[in-house]
Design a binder for this molecule. Sequence first.
Ligand SMILES: Nc1ncnc2c1ncn2[C@@H]1O[C@H](COP(=O)(O)OP(=O)(O)OP(=O)(O)O)[C@@H](O)[C@H]1O
Ligand SMILES: [Mg+2]
Length: 756
Amino acid sequence: MGGDDGSGEDVVTHPARPILRLDEAVVNRIAAGEIIHRPANALKELIENSLDAGATLIHITLKEGGLKWLQIRDNGSGIRPGDLPLLCERFATSKLRDFDDLSAMTTFGFRGEALASISFVSASMSVVTKTKQDPLAYKAFYTSGALAPPKPGQSSEPKPCAGSDGTILTAEDLFYNVPQRRRALKSAAEEYNRALDIAAKYALHYGSRGVGFVCKKSGSNATDLSTPSSSATQTMDTIRLLHGTSVARELVHLEPKRNAPLGFTVAGYISGANWSAKRTTFLCFINHRLVDCSALKRSFETLYSAMLPKGGHPWIYLSLEIDPAKVDVNVHPTKREVHFLNEDEIVETVCTYAQDALAGANSTRTFQFTQSILPGATQPGASSTSAQAGPSGAASMRPPAATSQNPQYQVRVDAKTRTLPSMFSQNPNVRQDATSSDPIRVDGEAGDEGNETTVATTSSARFRVDESPCTLSSVLSLRSAIHKQRHGALTDILQNHTFVGVVDLDRGLSLFQHGTKLYLANHDDFIEEAAYQLCLRQFGSVKRTRLDPPLGLEELVRLGVEIEAPRGEGELEELTGGMGRAELVRKITDHLAERGEMLGEYFSLDVRSSGDGEEVAGATIHAIPCLIPGQSDALPAENLPSLLVRLALNVDWDDEQGCFDGFARELGAAHRLGPLALVAGAQHNGAEEASATAMASAEDRVAHLWFPYFAAKRGGFLPPKQLVKPPVVRGAEQQPPAALVQLASLNELYRIFERC
Ligand SMILES: Nc1ncnc2c1ncn2[C@@H]1O[C@H](COP(=O)(O)OP(=O)(O)OP(=O)(O)O)[C@@H](O)[C@H]1O
Ligand SMILES: [Mg+2]
């Protein structure tokens, strides 16, 4: 182009510029930008790498939505130390050998570009990895596709270190060198949600394939995603856990169906006519790869538009398995799309299957209606449908339950509909919060939409207890043991349970229900363990319950010795090495008073000496620990004397970890509501009436404090495996019973009663 401005000089505004080869670093960074757009893309690649490595547990930790710090830990095959120099090199892979392999890919990865790309756009990337065969783990740092020294001047060779089988990959400061990309990204919260969404989708698909996922923000103990790593997990369990029961109960199962001529199999869950949301949820996996199959999504939306009210959208989860030879996975830099042969026919056939399944489910639309009624008039059918009435009196009209739900799956999901005491008790002291004439409610009828889980879980939200910051390795190691011991399936059961009632307070037995199963639990064992965890979780920041006026320490210890040793002087002497009762009381009082400062600071047991430190005789207790904030009666006050004596006698005060563990164990045991509390309470109140009140209040704590706490989803109880399977006691004639047993399953009972 050029022009003449009349000056007689030729002005060339766009001169031809020479073509030069781009610097390799620039090429790599541009290519990396195509693959990694945002933290969620990086996470998807890393999850897929972990799955390719056969991991069954994947832990994800993100800081600032993954932009500052993105870490993924898996228990997969690990990387051989000799392969570490090539790990982040572009086009270096262990999965593809020649081009033809692309037509039969069974792994997610094939290009050897993902890690390279992450290393090009992050300030630093590190890997700690260990294979089963290697005795040691190796740690290596990378920048721009190659090994890098951890600090300037150091060697960049991978270094042996301690570690468990699997891989931990950490990327820091994503897009630090692409400022325009960083600016274009949404807030850290939005990026976190996108990453969490990817993890949750894989967690759903892989839940039934035995892979568990955990995702949380760095520095927080609360997990935002936690699915069990168990081969017993059913897809429906994971859907319920991640998407809630309100959608789960409206889903229709697409049974796996093979279409031989087109060479594909489809399975999944799709919402029925009674589910409608503002946006479509569409999870589509093709050969286990999460993809956006827009053709399939559009067809499903068309299918549902005829069925749902205007503006209503479905929930769809589909898993298609297509012969790998017919799928081209190499069509999109983020592998978000795949092409497959006979796409139109396959989409159409899948939609037909879905239509058949929906027709077979015999779903009927639920209509919402609002009717103004005159003041004083009763809503027609109010007694039986009261649970469905919305705040404005809107009731949802459903077909009679029996037509849509098999009776063996009709379960009570609201702890208030019928409680155990309401069936038996004439005891005025037992709190009756049941409308006992209420019929047993069908799962599908529970509450409004969005009110996803049972009453137990709704009220449990207030019981969230966060971990206190702590750098003591002894406490951290005790906390990590708690996490390791967690029983995944039991956590899920407790989080979604419906409380039935206390059966036997003396033996600490309660009933609760989960789905169609009825469980008998030793609630005291559960409480003891939960209180132990709460003590360690809040180490150094436990809330206090003030005692006003303060109680005399020696007096309490004397009482404690009486309760703990009702066996007569002879036996007691043996126990205390010949020490008399009075001397024992004195010793324990001194022991605790001397450690007053530490007890107060770490555990909020506020013991103060009256004098200058030497004088402990007048020591008093000003506050006791309150493990669940706001629930000052969680620790039965009548257990305090015993607790003091046991702390002094049973805790190993010389070893830091042993001391913290021992204290937490004793504090846990003091929270039991069984005979310990009742005997003491009854003795000192000295009246039957008082004992009945103590019983009612203990029952109250089980039902309204501990079980709702067990259902708390975040910052709640992590039930250890030994509650289900107690450790074997060698040589013992009778092994300790498990704290939890399944008593009945409604479907099995139904089979029996059906014949009667
Ligand atoms: N979590 C992991 N566990 C074991 N090996 C891994 C892990 N992550 C990566 N690798 C190894 O590193 C190699 C490079 O990974 P990268 O993701 O860059 O490429 P890829 O998975 O082979 O292909 P793609 O770029 O398509 O993802 C992999 O081929 C694999 O051998
Ligand atoms: Mg990969």
